[in-house]
Design a protein around this ligand. Sequence first.
Ligand code: PEP
Ligand code: MG
Length: 357
Amino acid sequence: QPELAGDFGTLMVWADKVRRLKVRANAETPLDCTVAREFGAEGVGLCRTEHMFFDAARITAVRQMILADSEAGRRVALERLLPEQRKDFTEIFEVMAGLPVTIRLLDPPLHEFLPHEEAEFDEVAKAADVSVDTLKRRAAELHEFNPMLGHRGCRLGVTYPEIYEMQARAIFEAALDVAETPIPEIMIPLVATRRELELMKDLVDRVAKEVFAERGKTIDYLVGTMIELPRAALMAGEIAEVGEFFSFGTNDLTQTTLGVSRDDAGRFLTTYVDKGIFARDPFVSLDVEGVGQLITLAAERGRATRPDIKLGICGEHGGDPASIAFCEETGLDYVSASPYRVPIARLAAAQAALKAR
Ligand code: PEP
Ligand code: MG
């Protein structure tokens, strides 16, 4: 760990001796994972899969899949994406060998994946052998005024189950391909109800069975959920009947609890902080009084149903020292921060543990 050599490295060793919270990283590329490991991350707490589909070669297949009018049409497009997605996960599992990796199934605001330019429509039309007019009509039907409150997260998995099937297959095939078998933790985003998670877990379990039968080999894995909507926090007792772990998505949980857009917040929140309405920007440092209550309540309700439920946080707050102190007090198992904040998180976790002694 060259970056953490010398006195700072010594300090990290001391910190690791006293901290209780595990520290993972939010990482989605082999490079992010390598940096995270060098900085001492003990796993990946959030591998977002959206960006894996944005490169030019893949986006047309994604658009084709979303705009296909049949399951068969969607499967054709997904067949092209499966080998690429398998490679994404193989590379990540190789870098993270021996450590847990939480992979979140696709969670895009749908509009980011729809074609907008004429040339983009032309490309999909050619690939899918469908007229541009038909594609435009379908895209218009999917248009949303509030995409962040719309067809995203598991809502996409519920309406287009083939997408999550492809991702689950890629995860299991990759896990069986690498030399050191990982324990993947498959995470379902934006869950609000027990039934949503149950549908998605059934889908993942079914794909696991298929892949294990084909390969004649099984591996252990977990299926859990993000807790990032107030309803999910309130219903955590029921949701824990299905989910094997919870990861608090405090970016969305802050947005939906405060009713403040995470994308536009900067415009008035500085005034709010100046006037003392909020002590700090709640998207940076957890609103312990409000959002924190939901987390505490969800942790209690989740544990009441499943005493050994694994609890973590993967919103931006996972790398913020004041928020990490709250995570220690709440007894979470781990925080997950961006790779470059992992050392700070290790230190903050140690300080929080010392304070709690
Ligand atoms: C969150 O909502 O806190 C989260 C980690 O997910 P994303 O930021 O990708 O919505
Ligand atoms: Mg989120």
